[in-house]
Design a protein around this ligand. Structure first.
Ligand code: ASP
Length: 368
């Protein structure tokens, strides 16, 4: 049980706080992810070098005294530009063969956020999200309105075909063949797999592949059934969380969403508190994975609230992923960073590409 709060602290939290930092010196920290899924051996090196490149770019800024917000935006821009990941060019395709992108950025010091969804003509949606955060009284724009807003602030509008790769056209054709074979109509829990047989509303490419090819372990981690390729279960959304030397937290998440999604579908990634959240009074978080369950649990905010109530980010990250699975059978990964620089990473997918940069150096990995 939590000890009673001192009355003054309680009182101070009842007032509006537009900017919260502490006077103590802070260790600049940047954590990035490149999606949580069954990364095939052949793609492992590209994932690790991609997250390393993002770390180098973001941390170069952070170590020169730039803001956490600048660092997460720069890191995510690198990941959007890298076709390895499901963000920016090279993203998964909608069922009608287009790229539709979602991104959100949040500044935990100023409590400002900017988001865009279903944009098709922007190479770097995270930069459009930054423009929304800085230049608009609104927080979130979608579709052509988001594109027009970005264009009116100087961003180039491109043709959607510039974001589409042949690799993704092939991947879409395979997904649609599975759908025609009836696999995509299975519920996310799969017939008889696990404790949630009545939750029939979440259908996604992961669902079909999951029930067809993965063996569930008790804790929600997965093993590939003999002879089945992991490539159809891709979740390569990208994200970053940072703490700057001034003690401010920021978070950013960017995605092309799920493979073969219906045009207009928005997942968790760009929704505040779902795939991304930052508040200096709690923590910064970026979540990746199967978006529909993550949205329903408002999982990012759930995890930062745990940190605000005293849990270590390491425990809160693990608890969030356990909750995602136990409550809705969901799969994904999370990066979580507290104002004191403590952090947690967790996933219940076979892999999650991640990277960490502190003054002690850079680290990357594909599992936690
Ligand atoms: N969460 C993303 C979505 O559902 C996908 C991902 O993280 O890879 O759109």
């Amino acid at each position: 049980m939590e000890p009673p709060r001192p009355p003054l602290l309680l009182l101070s939290r009842m007032f509006y706080d537009s900017h919260v930092t502490s006077a103590a010196a802070h260790t600049p920290t940047l954590i990035v992810h490149g999606g949580a899924w069954a990364i095939p051996a052949g793609a492992a090196a590209a994932h690790e070098s991609g997250v390393r490149h993002a770390l180098e770019t973001g941390y170069a800024l952070l170590s020169r005294g730039a803001s956490a917000l600048d660092a997460v935006e720069a890191a995510v821009t690198v990941l959007e530009d890298d076709p390895t990941f499901d963000a920016g060019r090279g993203s998964f395709l909608t069922s009608d063969g287009r790229v539709q992108l979602d991104a959100l950025l949040m500044d935990g010091g100023r409590m400002k956020a900017g988001g865009v969804a279903c944009v098709e003509r922007l190479r770097n949606p995270i930069q459009a999200a930054r423009l929304v955060l800085e230049q608009s009284p609104h927080v979130y724009f979608v579709g052509s309105g988001a594109e027009q807003f970005a264009a009116s602030h100087g961003m180039a509008l491109i043709d959607n075909s510039e974001l589409v790769l042949d690799r993704e056209r092939e991947r879409l054709a395979q997904a649609q063949a599975r759908h025609s074979a009836g696999l995509a109509d299975e519920s996310f829990s799969g017939p008889g797999s696990g404790p949630h047989p009545v939750l029939l509303d979440d259908k996604s490419p992961e669902t079909a592949f999951l029930s067809a090819s993965l063996v569930q372990n008790e804790n929600g981690t997965q093993d590939h059934a003999e002879g089945r390729p992991p490539s159809a279960q891709d979740h390569d959304t990208v994200g970053a969380v940072a703490l700057d030397s001034h003690g401010n937290l920021a978070a950013a998440t960017s995605t092309g969403g799920t493979l073969n999604k219906t045009p207009g579908r928005v997942g968790d990634s760009s929704l505040i508190g779902c795939g991304c959240y930052a508040d200096n009074l709690s923590a910064a978080v970026s979540v990746t994975g199967w978006g529909e369950p993550i949205m329903k649990l408002v999982l990012g905010k759930w995890a930062t609230d745990r940190v605000a109530s005293g849990a270590s980010p390491e425990i809160a990250a693990r608890e969030a992923i356990a909750y995602l699975y136990s409550r809705l059978g969901g799969h994904g990964g999370i990066i979580l960073l507290a104002p004191d620089g403590c952090f947690g990473l967790a996933h219940n997918t076979p892999a999650m590409a991640w990277g960490l940069a502190t003054p002690a150096g850079l680290q990357t990995g594909l599992t936690v």
